[in-house]
Design a protein around this ligand. Structure first.
Ligand code: AMP
Length: 413
């Protein structure tokens, strides 16, 4: 887990601001769900057998004897919210943003507290919604200035297809089972399709020769996926069909996708998404959504050809007090006046010497320094110094904000 502080946090804020602006264009509203939820919410939504539920949840029993987990992902909590707040048959477009917790083995690209931005389009299965959701995700990548990312799509078919898919896949692999890694030999009975996803060389080689899982699906499921691909094309989204794409959660139905980025190394998944059917509070909630890992977005943004330079937090002006308490009090008054006018301003609070204050002014990175002592105060003047070239001028307090609005300064908010 990491602290996120300046200067890096400014890039986080930039990434978040960009995302909010894009979500606005698609009619998405933010939802903020609690970070702790009942374990049951995750077991229900994600499935008992998934890695997240089996191995990765930070769970504990609270004082009331309830089994609680820190959210390992965002969708389950959103579904719990939707079950209580969105009427059946009604559509909703939601996004969330915040920390997630998984008790994973720490390694490069994997943290125990990490952050995700996610979107959920709640509504019945529709290839248009799926294509639009992927288009939104791609729009987000572009808004972050990312280049070189790879969008891979595939389909899980419907839950009704699963017995045939599972059987077809298992039948094909059965004679080859001894060549699989230990974990995949175990998965063969419990979650055979996960073998498609295995990173071990021996498993990848075996999987490369298997027929596409879509060949075991119904015609209707294949037609749905073909329509998604056609619509992605119409929406101007470049996506590649990856027949080995599987995604680790049980709730997916129909379209699934993943976005990878070359700057990320071994853990190159930037985002993943898909259409789902989730049973929650006696209802089946259908929707399509995705989650993006923000730590990884940050890495990719920093590696982009022209990384953004978020607004600096330097003050525009630094006030220096020459002299006693009256001048200091007057300068505090001026400081507040400037800030109220939208000018970022600072001054020394430690009663330091002029020399120390000038050094602090320099360190602050302010474009201007205003010096005022008893003498200037008596004359109703302020000595204004432009740091770029050292030029000095005497101005009145009223003139000051106008003088600062010169070239090279950020516009007032
Ligand atoms: P998932 O919910 O597993 O589909 O993950 C979605 C995205 O969240 C991934 O593509 C990663 O970018 C990010 N992610 C998942 N787990 C972690 C983690 N432990 N540390 C950092 N990022 C993660």
């Amino acid at each position: 887990m990491s602290d996120i502080a300046a200067p890096e946090v400014r890039l986080w804020q930039w990434v978040e601001d960009r995302a909010r602006a894009v979500f606005r264009l698609y009619g998405c509203d933010e939802v903020r769900t609690p970070i702790p939820e009942r374990v049951e919410v995750y077991v229900r939504a994600l499935g008992e057998g998934t890695d997240v539920v089996q191995k990765e949840m930070y769970s504990f029993t609270d004082r009331g004897g309830r089994a609680i987990a820190l959210r390992p992902e965002g969708t389950a909590g959103v579904m719990r919210y939707v079950a209580g707040a969105v009427a059946p048959g009604q559509d909703a477009r939601l996004y969330y943003l915040g920390p997630m917790f998984r008790a994973e083995r720490p390694q490069a690209g994997r943290k125990r507290q990490f952050h995700q931005i996610g979107v959920e389009f709640i509504g019945a299965a529709s290839p248009v919604a799926d294509a639009e959701c992927i288009a939104l995700q791609v729009h987000l990548m572009d808004a972050w200035g990312l280049a070189g990312y790879d969008v891979q799509v595939h389909t899980r078919g419907l839950p009704e297809d699963q017995p045939a898919v599972r059987k077809g896949f298992q039948d094909h692999l059965r004679p080859l089972i001894s060549g699989l890694c230990e974990e995949c030999r175990r998965r063969f009975e419990t979650h055979p399709l996960r073998i498609l996803d295995c990173k071990q060389e021996e498993c990848r080689n075996i999987v490369a020769g298997t027929p596409p899982v879509t060949s075991y699906m119904s015609d209707a499921s294949r037609a749905y996926f073909d329509e998604v691909l056609r619509l992605l094309d119409a929406a101007g989204v470049r996506a590649r069909v990856n027949p080995q794409l599987i995604r680790g959660l049980d709730y997916y139905a129909h379209t699934i996708w993943e976005i990878t980025h070359p700057a990320l190394g071994a853990q190159d998944a930037l985002a993943g998404g898909g259409r789902y059917r989730i049973a929650m509070a006696g209802r089946d909630i259908e929707g399509v959504g995705f989650a993006v890992g923000l730590e990884r977005v940050l890495l990719a943004v920093q590696a982009s050809p022209q990384p953004p330079t978020p607004d600096p937090s330097e003050p525009v002006i630094w006030l220096v007090t020459a002299g006693g308490d009256a001048a200091r009090a007057a300068n505090l008054g001026l400081l507040q006046k400037l800030r109220r006018e939208g000018v970022a301003a600072g001054m020394d609070t430690g009663g330091r010497s002029m020399k120390a204050q000038m050094r602090a002014a320099d360190r602050s990175g302010a474009a201007w320094v205003a010096i005022r002592g008893e003498e200037e105060l008596a004359q109703g003047r302020i000595k204004l110094k432009r740091m770029a070239d050292g030029t000095e001028d005497l101005v009145t307090q009223e003139e000051l904000p106008r003088r600062l609005a010169g070239p090279g300064l950020p516009p007032l908010p």
